[in-house]
Design a protein around this ligand. Structure first.
Ligand code: ITT
Length: 206
């Protein structure tokens, strides 16, 4: 069976290469549909945006589509950047070549807003919402979380997005300091895929 993994984010694609191995699925990417237009993400929740992306790309391509909407919720900022994580600094991605610079701007804004916030109030979580949909409706949905803390400065060079400022106290490392395989054992996205996996296996048997 063909399924389109619909994301424009190279970091997510690298994570999914590990997370989605082992399914008997022919995974397609947006490179296979260069004419597809980016779907508007104006929902109020990760779940809603994942649904919009999955249905939006399925409608354009006629292929079953898996989408991920994800981001960072910081308690001291009332849950921000939340669904605005990708555009927190105000910069919007036009080409993937800008992704690194946009991540840097987003991180700078988080560090600025968190300046002076005491250790005990720096709690946060990563969230990943997954949706598999056809052109009409969601078919499977799953969510995963990763709790942690916001650092005072960047640490590590791996991963993408907010990984360098997201600290895992029980490991004594930021997510950007984890090996790629390690991140993909414990991440919010890994936890969402853990929930999705049995449902997807069941769906493939139908
Ligand atoms: P698509 O919608 O095309 O998938 P996107 O980058 O716009 O790409 P989102 O709207 O879901 O994706 O935004 C996700 C934001 O959260 C973005 O700023 C990422 O850098 C950040 N993010 C998501 N997962 C992350 C992870 O595993 N580590 C660090 N940051 C992450």
């Amino acid at each position: 069976m063909d399924i389109l993994l619909a994301t424009t984010n190279a970091g997510k694609i690298r994570d999914f290469e590990i997370l989605l191995s082992g399914f008997s699925i022919n995974w397609l990417s947006l490179k296979d549909f260069p004419e597809a237009e980016e779907v508007e993400e104006d929902g109020e929740t990760f779940t809603e945006n994942a649904k919009r992306k999955a249905i939006g790309y399925a409608r354009q391509t006629g292929i079953l589509t898996l989408a991920d909407d994800s981001g960072l919720e910081i308690d001291a900022l009332g849950g921000a950047p939340g669904v605005s994580s990708a555009r927190f600094s105000g910069a919007h991605k036009d080409h993937s070549s800008d992704a690194f610079r946009i991540d840097e701007e987003n991180i700078k804004k988080v560090l600025r807003l968190m300046d002076g916030v005491p250790e005990e109030n720096r709690t946060a979580r990563f969230v990943s919402s997954l949706c598999l949909a056809d052109s009409e409706k969601p078919i499977l949905e799953a969510e995963g979380f990763l709790p942690g803390r916001i650092l005072n400065e960047k640490r590590g060079t791996g991963g993408f997005g907010y990984d360098p400022v997201f600290y895992l106290p029980e490991r004594g490392q930021s997510v950007a300091e984890l090996a790629r395989e390690e991140k993909n054992r414990i991440s919010h996205r890994a936890n969402a895929v853990k929930t999705l996996r049995p449902m997807l296996e069941e769906f493939l048997k139908r």
